[in-house]
Ligand binder design. Structure first.
Ligand SMILES: [Zn+2]
Length: 126
């Protein structure tokens, strides 16, 4: 840039003119305040922006309890699928891992409960 006072050529980032010491920038270029990152770092641990994956995760954990695993596990499985789709549409929301936990754990508990129920029915008929 050229000094508006004396016309001397200066580096664009110069604070003062090299020739006449005229202040080229009233204030030194201030750095933009960094955006708050805490939201994103927290989102990595708790995907609260992706409610499907969060609910799926907790339902899958509770589906480990025998008896309610069939209901909770299958809900967790479908919510996990929904959460994974939500994550693909909104990658910034996070929740990929939680969704997979919901799908896998919910699937195992739901499927395991079905087998258990069938097993009990077969056993009771003998
Ligand atoms: Zn100057």
């Amino acid at each position: 840039m050229y000094c508006p006072k004396c016309g001397a050529q200066n580096d664009d980032n110069s604070y003062k003119c090299v020739s006449c010491s005229y202040l080229l920038h009233a204030k030194p270029a201030r750095q933009m305040p960094r955006p708050i990152q805490s939201d994103d770092s927290l989102g990595g641990l708790i995907p609260y922006k992706n409610p499907y994956s969060l609910i799926s995760y907790y339902l899958a954990v509770f589906s480990l309890i025998p008896g309610i695993g069939l209901i909770l596990g299958s809900i967790a499985f479908f919510l996990g699928m929904k959460g994974l789709r939500f994550y693909q549409e909104h990658p910034e929301s996070g929740g990929k891992i939680h969704s997979w936990v919901g799908i896998i754990l919910g699937g195992i508990c739901g499927f395991g409960s079905i087998i258990l129920v069938i097993f009990i029915i077969i056993m009771s008929q003998q």
